[in-house]
Design a protein around this ligand. Structure first.
Ligand SMILES: *[C@@H]1O[C@H](CO)[C@@H](O)[C@H](O)[C@H]1NC(C)=O
Ligand SMILES: *[C@@H]1O[C@H](CO)[C@@H](O)[C@H](O)[C@H]1NC(C)=O
Length: 726
């Protein structure tokens, strides 16, 4: 009789066993209680970190801080316009190296929630859509439209296939446990009706057909078709219920703060209230919470969107824009996550029994059949603290707080009792600069690189967003007999623009500037202008400040001077300039010469020393500097400057606009009571954004090349390099 050697039997057993194991392992599913990974229901704590909002060199540190903060999952959008800058030409390099980002998360032992979208909103330029998509014939965005669906499916499949070929979905042994299709589409569908419904159905089917092996979510989508999970976004979501009794209750965006707009104050959200929102969600059957943002980061270059959004996307997140811990926010949430981990076995095995011991008080008890028990004691009163008797003990609860009890006995956490230490953040000057300047002159309509036509072009149609800038140029002839030349009552020029900012030059002199805001992007320039007898040059620089990120019909989205344009107060009344001959020039001369690069900058003569331009609009500045020692994060203090853009070693730091001061209400902030984004604002009366993050990894030890383009006129001598410490 042939006998199998013992070792072979062992190996065979091991093989069979590992097959069984991996078939259990190879599954992410869900039921009404939770997402189920490897056969286990999980209470998952997640945080948003958007890879292009930091640098690959920052990623490992951010992911480690997320893990140390007690997160299980990192959530990110996928940024279509970063990945496909022109049709079929893909970019997965540098800050857009999605696979690298996901693999780093995997190495850290965390999961990924991949929100493909590919519409992402996200205060990102054009909501993540490539601008070229607007010019595909027949295009209608986010609705039952063939060209749109073809493009969306192509990109979604591209990303899914890339993840599959890198074996990044959980059933393949990868970290991705969830994917998202579309984004907050429910309200849009409600608006547009039947074609919206058809599109939702199509999107769900299309996504499912891609067979990722992990569940798909659709956030803010009440009618998400099975098996898609509809999920909640907001400051609070405890009242949300998924659309089917067999789907888990998930909070895909718990807003940890809010974005900042140029002209607005800087929002913050107290961590006591964030912890309260988490506890309140979980005690009501919630099993997945994602912090939006956990690290907000920076809208580098021209990636900020949603109109007037600042370059900083700090979001008052637990990890600040610079990658430093935002304490006590990070630490208090870590303590919350530790508490939730302690009671996870009870949470996933029982429904809560709710009792009401007093006004504004609730007790939620999760009594598992296996014996585990967890309790949440709530005091919803925003002013008064409470004593709640439970079991054999009495518990003191501050106003607007929830206590978590392990074994239904030991208080392991109270949402309003912050034990984590606070830290002070400091910006310390480490260098100043020696500038050279170059004038960007207003062009003329007869310049060689302009083109003309009768009437006004829409800006995006002309620039295709290759630049923020479009020149509108024309000339007007003034008769020497005009009355105003004698009495000095100059005529009034009125220019209507769809946004976002406008500089008007008359005969090369800046006559005035107007700009809009997030709430009111349309602008009107209306001013008496100094004209002379003969030919007068009118040169208007129309400037975009990030493209819209919200809405549906992106195909109809317009910016720039759409008219009418009138000149009032001439002898024969009002002259309509709207339909006359206009010339156009895309971008700045300095952009065409690539003045932001060392090579490009050598093509022009720069002024030095006492000749360096001060308070002069349309000026380029350049300098070089050495990297300060150490590894503290760095920023440019742009106080004293007006509005423009910054580059370091050819990389776009972003749009700056410290001259746009924060209007709004910065009343004293209490954590208690319902939060909204207008509640705990800071920096009223000061620049909405003063400091601009320069990633360390962009710098060499010496000879770093810094370039600034200033639109309004400012004092460059005030600019300093600062170092951020806590
Ligand atoms: C939790 O879910 C169960 C099952 O769907 C439901 O009966 C119960 O009312 C829910 N409890 C809370 C507090 O939401
Ligand atoms: C867009 O530009 C093209 C020419 O490049 C022109 O024919 C068309 O009318 C423009 N559309 C708008 C809305 O300005």
């Amino acid at each position: 009789m042939w006998r199998m050697p013992r070792i072979k039997i062992l190996l065979l057993l091991l093989f069979i066993f590992s097959c069984v194991c991996s078939s259990i392992r190879a599954a992410v599913s869900y039921d009404d209680k939770a997402i189920i990974i490897n056969g286990r229901r999980r209470i998952l704590m997640s945080g948003s970190i958007h890879y292009p909002r930091s640098t690959p060199e920052m990623w490992p540190g951010l992911i480690k801080k997320a893990k140390d903060g007690g997160l299980d999952v990192i959530q990110t959008y996928v940024f279509w316009n970063g990945h496909e800058p022109s049709p079929g030409k893909y970019n997965f390099e540098g800050r857009y190296d999605l696979v690298k980002f996901i693999k780093l998360i995997q190495e850290a032992g965390l999961y990924v929630n991949l929100r493909i979208g590919p519409y992402v909103c996200a205060e990102w330029n054009f909501g993540g859509f490539p601008v070229w998509l607007k010019y595909v014939p027949g295009m209608s965005f986010r609705t039952d439209n063939e060209p749109f669906k073809v493009a969306m499916e192509r990109f979604t499949a591209k990303i899914v296939n890339m993840m599959k070929s890198e074996e990044l979905f959980e059933p393949q042994g990868g970290p991705i446990i969830l994917s998202q299709i579309e984004n907050e589409y429910g309200p849009v569908e409600w608006d547009i009706g039947a074609p919206g419904k058809a599109y939702t159905k199509w999107a769900a089917q299309m996504a499912n057909g891609l067979k990722t092996g992990v569940p798909w979510i659709m956030c803010k989508q009440e009618d998400a078709p099975d098996p898609m999970i509809d999920t909640c976004n907001g400051f609070y979501c405890e009242k949300f219920t998924p659309n089917k009794p067999y789907k888990p209750k998930m909070f895909t965006e718990l807003w940890t703060g809010w974005f900042t707009e140029f002209g607005g104050p800087v929002p913050t959200r107290p961590v006591e209230d964030i912890a309260y929102a988490v506890a309140r969600f979980i005690q009501n059957n919630g099993s997945f919470v994602n912090y939006y943002m956990y690290h907000g980061g920076t809208n580098f270059g021209r990636t900020a969107g949603g109109l007037f959004i600042t370059t900083s996307y700090d979001y008052d997140a637990p990890i600040d824009e610079y990658g430093l811990l935002n304490e006590p926010k990070w630490g208090h949430l870590r303590d919350l996550h530790t508490a939730i981990k302690l009671i996870e076995p009870a949470l996933v095995s029982a429904y809560p029994t709710v009792t009401y011991p007093g006004k504004n008080q609730e007790i939620h008890v999760f009594q598992a059949k296996s014996g585990g028990c967890a309790a949440f004691l709530s005091n919803f009163d925003p002013q008064v603290s409470a004593k709640i008797t439970f079991g054999n003990s009495q518990y003191d609860l501050p106003p607007w707080s929830i206590s978590i009890l392990q074994d239904c006995k030991d208080e392991v956490f109270n949402t309003a009792t912050v034990k984590a230490p606070s830290t002070q953040k400091k910006m310390t000057t480490v260098a100043s600069f020696d500038w050279q300047s170059y004038d960007e002159e207003a062009p003329s309509s007869d310049d060689s690189d302009t083109f003309s036509m009768s009437g006004l072009y829409e800006q995006l149609n002309v620039t295709r967003d290759a630049s923020d800038y479009l020149w509108y140029l024309t000339e007007i002839d003034i008769s020497p007999n005009e009355e105003f030349l004698k009495n000095g009552q100059f005529p009034e020029l009125t220019v209507m623009s769809a946004g976002h900012a406008l500089h008007v030059f008359i005969n090369n002199q800046l006559a005035g500037t107007v700009w809009g805001s997030l709430k009111n992007t349309k602008i009107t320039f209306s001013q008496n202008v100094k004209l002379r007898a003969g030919v007068n040059k009118i040169s208007m620089l129309s400037v975009s400040v990030g493209l819209a990120n919200v809405g549906t019909h992106f195909e109809n989205y317009n910016i720039g001077i759409l008219g009418p344009i009138t000149l009032k107060g001439l002898d024969d009344g009002t002259r309509d300039l709207t339909k006359q001959q206009w010339s156009y020039k895309v971008g700045l001369k300095g952009e065409r010469l690539s003045l932001h690069t060392l090579d490009g900058s050598s093509s022009v003569e720069w002024l030095q020393g006492s000749f360096v331009a001060q308070k002069q609009p349309l000026t380029w500045y350049k300098t070089t500097f050495n990297a300060p020692k150490g590894d503290a994060p760095l920023a440019l203090d742009m106080n004293g400057m007006g509005k423009g853009q910054i580059w370091v070693n050819g990389e776009g730091v972003g749009r700056y606009w410290p001259a746009n001061k924060a209007h709004g209400n910065c009343d004293k902030c209490s954590y208690a009571g319902i939060y909204n984004e207008n509640k705990c604002n800071q920096y009223c009366g000061e620049p909405s954004q003063r400091w601009y993050h320069v990633p360390r990894s962009w710098l060499r030890p010496t000879g770093n090349f810094l370039v600034i383009f200033e639109e309004w006129g400012g004092n460059p001598d005030w600019i300093t390099l600062v170092q951020r410490t806590t």
